[in-house]
Design a protein around this ligand. Structure first.
Ligand code: CP
Ligand code: NVA
Length: 303
């Protein structure tokens, strides 16, 4: 039976810890210059409906480092669901490839792709979720805090795809997740309710940003308008203006509070230069770990 990686909610804490163990080994091998080719002669096809720097490069390079090959398809290439039905692409690509990584708008298309393909499908972001990002994020927290439980993380801003995958992670692992958003920008009700029902992590929505960040070990933010929401940019800039992560807000958290951002950052909007470039910012460790953690996920699913 093939396995997909569409949502962290489909997996357990044990699996996350197993992937982190593999990630540590794979990262060490790469740092030591060891050749490690568990995916020799395998290939990954990558379908992108949206732009990307980190996801594209980390998957493509990651696959090459594992001894395999990755094929990049830009938004105009196959026009999933327009030029050809998603289920036909799923069946077709299952004949050519060993795995699919996709970055799509509609989450339903990701589920269709997975349902109709005979090879593993990895979610490289949809409007609903961004699971690879949060795997890399929690691994980065483990490196910096020395643990994956019992910390407080405050997600400042929009209840978006990145926030949803954090909620999924908090339904597996006991940490304190606070989402601080303006009214009207709460996360998807179904995702939130499932995380609350799991009763594993402590989950709160706190609209006041200053109340939210008290005692935070990590403050996390993301863009105010995600890909596909560009026409709402002006309204969102107004609605989110009190949610900027700046030095003043950071000073309200724990003294050694880390700053995280999935990137790309809109410097001067959701975060100031002084915070992104500060000593407590771990955004590039986080971005680097996309590579290592995704290599572990690919080995697990495609090896
Ligand atoms: N964080 C992230 O997924 O970056 P890209 O959009 O550049 O892939
Ligand atoms: N929420 C952002 C994440 C980008 C990596 C978006 O979907 O555009």
């Amino acid at each position: 039976m093939k396995r997909d990686f569409i949502s962290i909610a489909d997996y357990s804490r044990d699996w996350v810890e197993e992937i982190f163990k593999m990630t540590g080994d794979i990262k060490a091998k790469q740092k030591n210059g060891e050749v490690y080719h568990p995916l020799k002669n395998k290939n990954l096809v990558m379908i992108f409906q949206k732009p990307s720097a980190r996801t594209r490069v980390s998957f493509e390079i990651g696959m090459w480092q594992l001894g395999g090959y990755a094929l990049f398809l830009a938004p105009a290439d196959i026009q999933l669901g327009k030029r050809e039905a998603t289920k036909d692409i799923a069946r077709l690509f299952s004949r050519y490839n060993d795995g699919i990584m996709a970055r799509l708008f509609a989450h339903k298309d990701m589920l269709d792709l997975a349902a109709h393909s005979h090879i593993p499908v990895i979610n490289g972001l949809t409007d609903l979720l961004h699971p690879c990002q949060i795997m890399a994020d929690l691994f980065t927290i483990k490196e910096h805090l020395g643990r994956i439980t019992d910390f407080k993380i405050v997600f400042m801003g929009d209840g978006n795809n990145v926030a949803h995958s954090w909620l999924n992670m908090a339904s597996n692992i006991p940490f304190h997740f606070v989402l601080s958003c303006p009214k009207g920008y709460e996360p998807d009700q179904t995702v939130l309710e499932a995380a609350l029902a799991a009763d594993v992590g402590k989950i709160e929505i706190v609209h006041d940003p200053f109340d939210a960040v008290k005692d935070a070990d990590v403050i996390y933010t993301d863009v105010w308008a995600s890909m596909g929401q560009e026409e709402e940019q002006k309204k969102r800039d107004k609605d989110f203006r009190n949610y900027q992560v700046n030095a003043n807000l950071m000073s309200m958290a724990k003294p050694d509070c880390k700053f995280m951002h999935c990137l790309p950052a809109h410097r001067g909007s959701e975060v100031t230069d002084e915070v992104v470039d500060s000593e407590n910012s771990i955004v590039f460790d986080e971005a680097e770990n996309r590579l290592h953690v995704q290599k572990a996920i690919m080995v697990d699913l495609m090896g």
